[in-house]
Design a binder for this molecule. Structure first.
Ligand code: AMP
Length: 120
């Protein structure tokens, strides 16, 4: 798998506004926020897409969600609520091929993300 910009953030080769870090994951603010609170939780292990998550990654991906909730609590948005999104490949809108959990909060978010009438 080719190196992404997130590997450079993990290796501190480029700066990021880091919110949480341990040996398994890193959380940092999204550079182009789509909500009042928008941060990313990434594993330090480079996994390209959701399709590439293996059995051995299951605990890691679960832990990413726990970290999302911990950091959301730090922002004071955990009780009001937040959305976690992991985009996969082209139709999912993925642009960085190192899995990441978007965490969006700070206002009531729209739903659904797809507006076309599916019934016709
Ligand atoms: P996705 O489109 O789901 O792959 O999301 C990639 C996200 O990474 C986007 O929301 C970008 O704004 C964000 N992003 C890209 N480069 C950086 C960076 N250097 N620091 C923080 N966030 C970034």
């Amino acid at each position: 798998m080719s190196e992404t910009i997130f590997t450079k953030i993990i290796n501190k080769e480029i700066p990021a506004d880091i919110l949480f870090e341990d040996e398994r994951v890193l959380a940092f603010k999204d550079i182009s926020p789509q909500a009042p609170v928008h941060f990313l939780v990434i594993p330090k292990k480079a996994i390209a897409t959701t399709n590439d998550i293996t059995l051995e990654d299951e605990a890691l991906v679960g832990y990413m969600h726990r970290v999302a909730a911990i950091v959301a609590k730090d922002f004071g948005v955990a009780e009001q609520g937040f959305r976690t999104v992991m985009n996969c490949n082209q139709d999912g809108g993925q642009t960085v091929y190192h899995i990441h959990l978007h965490v969006l909060a700070g206002k009531a978010l729209g739903w659904p993300p797809y507006q076309e009438n599916l019934k016709s």
